[in-house]
Design a protein around this ligand. Structure first.
Ligand SMILES: Cc1cc2nc3c(=O)[nH]c(=O)nc-3n(C[C@H](O)[C@H](O)[C@H](O)COP(=O)(O)OP(=O)(O)OC[C@H]3O[C@@H](n4cnc5c(N)ncnc54)[C@H](O)[C@@H]3O)c2cc1C
Length: 157
């Protein structure tokens, strides 16, 4: 992801979602450009050619962005799981896990919070979460994938 600082405030008033990039104007005047996805374990290093590629793709859609300054760039993690299902449940007395939502952790935050709050309070919550039990990985050796070179641009999110 990167932030651009365009010369003129108010260049965009809405989000643009295209196959190669998404462009999100912030109230600060900066414009967020996202994003690539890479299976890289915990490596959050950002490469300049990827940043330049996203900047180029954004400028193809909004030519005024070509001259905008890149003020920052960074990467985040999307915690996933081997079977692509989240982990929701209790692992030990007093220890609860809610993770592995990969690309949908923000979207699924409200329902996850509802489920976990009920669980912590010892209530059923009325939703069957057995498929998400962390017990399915109990005893398994879970390690981060070794960094792969493969890199894609992605649609939202
Ligand atoms: C570029 C990008 C775009 C995304 N877009 C979307 C989107 O549009 N919609 C959507 O639903 N999801 C999106 N996601 C995914 C979403 O951000 C994640 O699914 C979500 O953040 C996962 O939440 P989490 O709480 O499991 O993990 P995290 O958000 O990673 O939170 C883990 C927390 O634990 C802390 N932590 C780590 N290690 C330790 C430690 N040893 N001790 C104490 N604290 C520690 C970290 O600092 C962090 O605050 C996106 C992710 C990325 C990277």
């Amino acid at each position: 992801m990167l932030y651009l600082q365009p010369e003129h405030a108010g260049l965009l008033q809405h989000v643009i979602n295209a196959p190669e990039v998404y462009i999100v104007p912030r109230s600060s005047g900066k414009i967020l450009i996202g994003a690539t996805v890479e299976d890289a374990g915990y490596d959050k290093a950002v490469s300049s050619d990827v940043v330049a590629g996203l900047h180029r793709a954004a400028a193809k859609l909004v030519p005024e962005l070509a001259d905008a300054r890149v003020t920052s760039s960074w990467a985040g993690l999307r915690p996933g799981s081997p079977d692509n299902l989240p982990l929701l449940g209790q692992t030990d007395p007093g220890i609860f896990v809610a993770s592995g939502h990969f690309r949908n952790g923000i979207l699924l935050a409200p329902i996850t919070a509802r489920i976990m709050a009920a669980l912590v309070m010892g209530e059923s919550g009325g939703i069957d979460i057995s498929a998400f039990s962390p017990d399915r990985f109990r005893g398994a050796q879970l390690t981060a994938h070794p960094a792969r070179k493969h890199q894609d641009s992605e649609q939202l999110p």
